[in-house]
Ligand binder design. Sequence first.
Ligand code: ADP
Ligand code: MG
Length: 393
Amino acid sequence: MPPTFAQLGAPDFIVSALAQRGISEPFAIQAATVADALAGLDVCGRAPTGSGKTLAFGIPLVASVGKAQPRKPRALVLAPTRELADQIMTELRTFAGKRRIGVAYGGVGYGAQIGSLRRGVDILVACPGRLEDLISQGQADLSAVDKVVIDEADRMADMGFIPAVRRLLDQTAARRQTMLFSATLDGDVATLTRDYQRDPVRHEVDDETPDVRAAEHVFWSVAKTDRTDICAEAIDAAGLTVVFCRTRHGCDRVAKQLDRRGIRAAALHGGRSQPQRTKALAAFAAGRVQALVATDVAARGIHVEGVSAVVHYDLAADHKTYLHRSGRTARAGEGGVVVSLIQPEQARELKSMQCKMGLVQPITDVDVDVIREAPRSRTRYRTLKRLDRPGAH
Ligand code: ADP
Ligand code: MG
């Protein structure tokens, strides 16, 4: 029996707010980190997408954050994308009680963000670029921040944000608690941990965690010219689907082509304005559009319940990207299908990617029944157990 949130030390107002959302049993990463984080220790957590990292750091933050003066937040959560920051803010607000949660990210006007900072934000969820802007305008001051979370640190590194993250951390209180979460803990992330965390307790969670491995993965041989038709059929069979394309232009084109085939689709990429992106996401989450056609960067960290399938319309650039993309489905113990549309000349590249993931599967003919028959539940969860071997990421 895993401990309850209350046993881990979460205060009553959080426990009951979570219970109202049907959240009563901690996931593995939460069971591992909440007590340490509540005790004020630095935490370095590695866990795959969908494993519940937001609550792992959110519960301790909400439980222990101080009250902010105007423009001087007390806790800072750094996230790599706007969508992710929004999602963290929304999730924290469900159990934040009197704590004020604010956001700071680019692509939208400054007015609302400046206004809320002025009124006082206890926990600020921010993307590095906009936060540096607000600081240079004198609208935010990090000197009272004594709790910092760096979420999706590996992605921050991939996106080139590490120098900005360092500059921001340097402005926070010297005596602070620093929590870092990432799907991988090597390279730049290891350096960040070394330079900014004090004796961090390290928790790594893989096995038995609901994560990307919950999905069934198929690789279909498809001629380039047939991709859109096959993609439309797959979406039709699956329901809510996230489709990945390499470029912004590709996203727009595929979304349009799907529309013409009777699939309501919306594009999500960095070339669209923030209101457009928010609208696309909301329409998808509400089921008004069936397919979200996204680039890698735009899709990171988005959690929409009940995504039945992921289609790699363009092959992922590497195995890390494949895993991140695929993690949009089969989250939180649900099932899902991950379809890659493979052209013959990509077979070798795919093979090498599969080897790195420990997911060696043949390229087959298109078989949409696989999607129709796939259980949308945790029963698929053991089929890809081979991914569990060390070094899978
Ligand atoms: P990650 O950041 O690791 O990718 P999230 O924190 O976004 O994962 O969590 C994934 C989903 O699981 C969210 O919808 C969240 O509300 C849900 N979730 C998290 N913890 C629990 C739990 N203990 N019980 C049930 N659902 C949970
Ligand atoms: Mg997350």
